[in-house]
Design a protein around this ligand. Structure first.
Ligand SMILES: *Cc1c(COP(=O)(O)O)cnc(C)c1O
Length: 361
């Protein structure tokens, strides 16, 4: 069996032990004689798994009791509509911080349902930094403020969580979810598509403060009302059972590693190794310069030559370092080093970068 180091931005690597466990349990989950894929979501055995997943996540993130944990479908993209439909309902106005392609998609969608104020943006420098936080928020007439904690395409990340006073803070954490501890109480709502750090594509986690439920616009489709899912423990309709099962295995894997503090420590170690190599190189450079804005999960980097970029990608692929091509908007390379990327994968990439530079300069 030849496993590669897969640097894909998503769907991305899953921990090998999780894949093995899923394989072992594929045909007969806990003596049920069937796979979780084939199982009724109303069965006792599924119900137990579902609730274990919820409880594990609550413990991992230390989620306070006044927050509901929801397992939804439609990816981060469906959340771009669900957030305004449910929350942009009193003043019909929300603030968005524009830090990349995903933020722009989120705010564009929100404009369909109300007024969007772009409070800050880093578009002037192709989103390669996190803009400073607007100072005059107190008393502003906003239903919520939306940020993208980790910008998957551009490789930036908030190192400090901004204060929003009484205005609920909403975060798209799709690409940094469970990579570090989070003070959930600072947020009104957190959402994350699973395929970056948690599970296969198909489940989206939302963590919603209870007082924000039940105010959806009248036009809100039933499926897109958070309260409908909160009232039924994400079992209003058929949930993505198999994805939730894999998510549960991933939650257990993080717990057994020592939880999110240990996860963050490992992620910092991996990211430091890669950024140091890029900063020391004369051929390669990271596109995000400011150390505190650098993502621990997505590391875009370039050379000054398209031909060298191409050659690097082709040779890396042959060496088992795959899916390193950068997003078309940034170009060059991007190494996504999510939780499941082993330290060994980053070490191998760093040696490859150094060796490539020696051979080509
Ligand atoms: C991947 C991603 C999305 C979109 O997720 P889908 O599941 O494809 O809808 C949204 N936001 C961020 C930050 C992402 O990384």
């Amino acid at each position: 069996m030849a496993r590669v180091f897969n640097f894909s931005a998503g769907p991305a690597m899953l921990p090998e032990s999780v894949l093995h466990r899923a394989a072992e349990e594929m045909l007969d989950y806990k003596g049920s004689g069937m796979s979780v894929m084939e199982m009724s979501h109303r069965s006792k055995v599924y119900d137990q798994l579902h609730n274990e997943a919820v409880d594990l996540l609550r413990t991992l993130l230390a989620i306070p009791n006044n927050y509901k944990i929801l397992f939804l479908q439609g990816g981060g993209t469906a959340q771009f509509a669900m957030v305004p439909l449910n929350l942009m309902t009193s003043r019909r106005k929300a603030g968005y911080i524009s830090t990349g392609s995903w933020s722009k998609k989120a705010l564009k969608e929100a404009k369909k349902y109300g007024q969007v104020e772009v409070l800050a943006s880093s578009e002037d420098k192709v989103f390669n930094y996190i803009p400073s936080w607007p100072q005059d928020l107190a008393g502003r007439d906003l239903d919520y403020i939306h940020i993208t904690t980790n910008n998957t395409i551009e490789g930036t990340h908030y190192s400090r969580i901004p204060e929003t006073g009484t205005i609920p803070l909403v975060s798209d954490m799709s690409s940094s979810f469970l990579s570090e501890p989070v003070d959930v109480a600072k947020y009104g709502l957190i959402y994350a598509g699973a395929q970056k750090n948690v599970a296969p594509a198909g489940v989206t986690v939302a963590i919603v403060r209870e007082d924000l439920l039940g105010h959806a616009l009248d036009i809100t489709p039933t499926y897109l009302d958070y309260k409908v899912h909160a009232d039924e423990n994400s079992l209003y309709n058929t949930p993505p059972c198999y994805c939730i099962y894999i998510a549960k295995l991933v939650f257990e894997w993080i717990r057994d590693l020592g939880g999110l503090a240990a996860m963050e420590k490992l992620n910092r170690k991996k990211a430091a190794l890669l950024y140091q190599a890029l900063d020391r190189s004369k051929m390669f450079r990271a596109t995000v310069c400011k150390a505190e804005d650098r993502s621990l999960m997505n590391v875009p980097f370039v050379t000054d030559s398209d031909d060298l970029n191409k050659k690097f990608l082709a040779e890396a692929d042959k060496a088992g370092l795959v899916t390193l091509k950068g997003h078309r908007s940034v170009g060059g390379m991007r190494a996504s080093i999510y939780n499941a990327m082993p330290l060994e994968g980053v070490e191998k990439l760093v040696s490859f970068i150094q060796d490539f530079e020696r051979r080509n300069s």
